[in-house]
Design a protein around this ligand. Sequence first.
Ligand SMILES: NC(=O)c1ccc[n+]([C@@H]2O[C@H](COP(=O)([O-])OP(=O)(O)OC[C@H]3O[C@@H](n4cnc5c(N)ncnc54)[C@H](O)[C@@H]3O)[C@@H](O)[C@H]2O)c1
Length: 142
Amino acid sequence: METDCTVLNVDKLTYAAVPGALDGIKAHPRYRFVQQDICEQDALKALFSDFQPDAVMHLAAESHVDRSIDGAAEFIQTNVFGTYAMLQAALEYWRELPLAARENFRFQHISTDDMAEYLTKRDPTQFAKELQQVPGVVGYTT
Ligand SMILES: NC(=O)c1ccc[n+]([C@@H]2O[C@H](COP(=O)([O-])OP(=O)(O)OC[C@H]3O[C@@H](n4cnc5c(N)ncnc54)[C@H](O)[C@@H]3O)[C@@H](O)[C@H]2O)c1
């Protein structure tokens, strides 16, 4: 909130959430919170349409990998289908933007470092180059 940006925070508030962590900004005039599951694509589309973001940071995830050994379904649902729903909602929103806004729009997915580590081991320079060529992708740094 040290910029002049307005922030919409979308979170399902799973067991992993720490709602109290945001107590310091919840009354800020440029901050909004919506409790929402990212797997619900229609609801995401409505949020995109209402909020009209310039950029999206997608951090919502089942991130505690050890839990996936006992139950993978929640991981597949949020990390795969939820990420797909986010991308699809963003794409549909982006297609309706004016040209200049399209070029400036950014979607940043903060994913698990384990996969990125695997990919960078493959060929870190090539991986970084490939990422830079994807329109709208902000580069990955280790
Ligand atoms: N924390 C780190 O050090 C670190 C390092 C590398 C990568 N990452 C990646 O960054 C991302 C976020 O990490 P984190 O540490 O903040 O995770 P976290 O588990 O602390 O928080 C995840 C958040 O996502 C929300 N969430 C889960 N499922 C959801 C759903 N279906 N819809 C909406 N919200 C949902 C939870 O309520 C929670 O607030 C993950 O992809 C993680 O792998 C984190």
